[in-house]
Design a protein around this ligand. Sequence first.
Ligand SMILES: [Zn+2]
Length: 200
Amino acid sequence: MVDGEGVAATEPKAERAKTVLPGDIIGISEEYTTGEGAFDEKGNIYATIVGTVVEDPKKRVIGVKPLCDAPPVIKRGDIVYGTVSGIKSSVVLVDLAFIEGSENREIAGDIMAAIHVSNVKKSYVSDLKHEFGYQDIIKGRILDPATLRIDTTHPRHGVIKAFCSKCKVGMIRKNKVLECPECERTETRKISSDYGKGLV
Ligand SMILES: [Zn+2]
């Protein structure tokens, strides 16, 4: 998003159809004012929602427009993406964002799905806090559309983007653990093989 030379004044860039996730850097506060769907921290502007980056080149405002259209219907076997909104002793709560294949149609409203401790991975899970972090972006398969149970046992499923529990910055994969680029602490997750590769 941030190019070294800054944004050329002659170049019209009203809107760019790039899908971003919460926590993605969309600009720097030296160049832009933070618009809707974004927040500013330590000079960087981050997306707070799933959507497309929108910038107003005249007012120099950058933000994120939510994805919207008719809400898709969730079916068994659908691959879904969402944000971890709570971690209980036996279940992880996920705020669903969208379904794979319908990325341009955000799931309307607050649809809460859940990953039960028995559906996280094939091996034994002693503590869900070792597998997921608050606000992590996860990918999983819908087991039951009625109860919105999600399964993440497949190697490609699990956490695709995690945030340091202290600094809240995006963590970088180092083999089997994740490392924070700010404080260098390492954390564990049920890491998807698609970790850090973007949306799909
Ligand atoms: Zn950190």
